[in-house]
Design a protein around this ligand. Structure first.
Ligand SMILES: Cc1ncc(COP(=O)(O)O)c(C=O)c1O
Length: 404
């Protein structure tokens, strides 16, 4: 049996939209991107959604917006030490300095007790990450942000379908950035999207994704319909709005073919979420039997974990390494990924920031001991049973008992 990490379906509806776009040669960001944005906003319950090329771009743009709202280049953004490296990269690419805070080992999310001591006069935002779809402690994050006058930008890349105290992850801060990369629940193959309730943020986001130009329309009539734009030459004497650059921008629009895949992926959203949640919850329940050698994150009463993937963490007592387990699973056809690393101390690219090994013990622990595997919609009870059996066999091969 094989348990691949991810899957993708290009639905008949998407294929039809792709063919229409190819036939009309309307391929750059236009009508379909707008449709994808409106559907995504409706699904998450936000007023605005702005689609971009990748989840990393979504993180970057959501932060870069803050330059229009009082932030200065070189100001600080607080992020958890443990995340996919894109979170830390995005802070730097947006013109800020990442200030890392350790995570909790049992939730994998930023430890709210450690946030306040990382706040300085230059802090502008907190960017919690809902890692593996488990919502961060947003009440605590928002309380601290309010007290210190900070923005909250959720990195919701892995949080499709996550719910915190009855509200969708991605609606809990000032903005949220999702990835719609192929391994994620709503997918555009490559892609990302920023959601917010603030129309002024959305306008700046639309400008930022298109070089910082003064155009901020939801749909560009020039790109979408090849039509005349009556705003173009009204921006000032002798100017063309398309060549007025109001801010330092990026070039990261989503294209129509990607949006067509995303629209199809959203049509099947409820079914996909239900299947993935069923796989995830069944794995969480069955995994208990591997205590005290291995553990995973738990779903608590106040939340629904977004079924992105399944986390596997080696307990300190276990007499084997993470990679021994990883190789065993891979040989058995179960694809694994490391559960990321402590960005400041385990990713060499961040060494210039001067953090030292040992400063983020919890993130580093997960960085050394964590794996994750897929829970996607092509998997079902047979695959879950095979995964559990394989872990039990691994433990047995190490002379360890489990309640299998
Ligand atoms: C937490 C987190 N943030 C950001 C990203 C970046 O997304 P992308 O790969 O679409 O750039 C990812 C990617 O999966 C992620 O897991």
């Amino acid at each position: 049996m094989k348990i691949p990490f991810g899957t993708i379906a290009v639905t008949p509806g998407s294929r039809r939209l792709i063919n229409e776009a190819l036939d009309t040669l309307k391929l750059s960001s236009g009508r379909l991107v707008r449709e994808f944005e409106s559907k995504f906003a409706a699904l998450t319950g936000t007023k605005e959604a702005v689609a971009v090329s990748t989840g990393t771009d979504a993180d970057i743009l959501a932060l870069a917006v803050l330059h229009d709202f009082g932030a200065k280049r070189g100001d600080e953004v607080i992020v958890p030490a443990l995340s996919f490296v894109a979170t830390g990269n995005a802070v730097l690419h947006a013109g800020f300095r990442p200030v890392f805070v350790d995570v909790e080992r049992h939730t994998l999310n930023i430890d709210p007790k450690k946030i306040e001591r990382a706040i300085t006069k230059r802090t502008r935002a907190i960017m919690p990450v809902h890692l593996m779809g488990k919502p961060a402690d947003m009440d605590a994050v928002n309380r601290i942000a309010k007290k210190h006058g900070l923005y909250v930008v959720e990195d919701a890349a892995e949080a499709h379908g996550a719910v915190y105290k009855g509200r969708n992850a991605g609606t809990l801060g000032d903005m949220a950035a999702y990835s719609t990369y192929i391994a994620h629940i709503i997918t555009t193959i490559e892609g990302g999207i920023v959601t917010t309730d603030r129309g002024d943020f959305a306008e700046v986001l639309r400008s930022l994704r298109s070089h910082g130009r003064a155009c901020k329309c939801r749909v560009c009539v020039v790109n979408a319909a090849g039509a005349f734009c009556d705003k173009r030459f009204r921006h000032g004497e002798g100017s063309d709005i398309r060549f007025v650059f109001e801010r330092i921008g990026y070039s990261c629009k989503m294209n129509e073919l990607e949006a067509a895949v995303g629209i199809g992926s959203m049509d099947n959203y409820r079914r996909i979420i239900a299947r993935r949640r069923s796989n995830l919850l069944s794995m969480i329940k069955k995994f208990d039997r591997f205590s005290p050698w291995l553990y995973t994150i738990k779903e608590e009463k106040h939340e629904k974990i977004g079924p992105h993937a399944f986390a596997i963490i080696r307990s300190p007592k276990a007499p084997f390494t993470r990679n021994e387990l990883g190789v065993y699973l891979e040989r058995a056809g179960i694809e694994t990924r490391h559960l990321f690393s402590s960005m400041p101390t385990q990713c060499p690219g961040f060494a210039f920031l001067g953090y030292k090994k040992g400063q983020f013990p919890e993130a580093e622990y997960v960085g050394d001991n964590g794996l994750h595997i897929g829970v996607h919609q092509d998997l079902g009870p047979r695959h879950v049973a095979y995964f559990i059996k394989t872990v039990a066999e691994f433990l047995r091969s190490k002379g360890l008992k489990s309640r299998y």
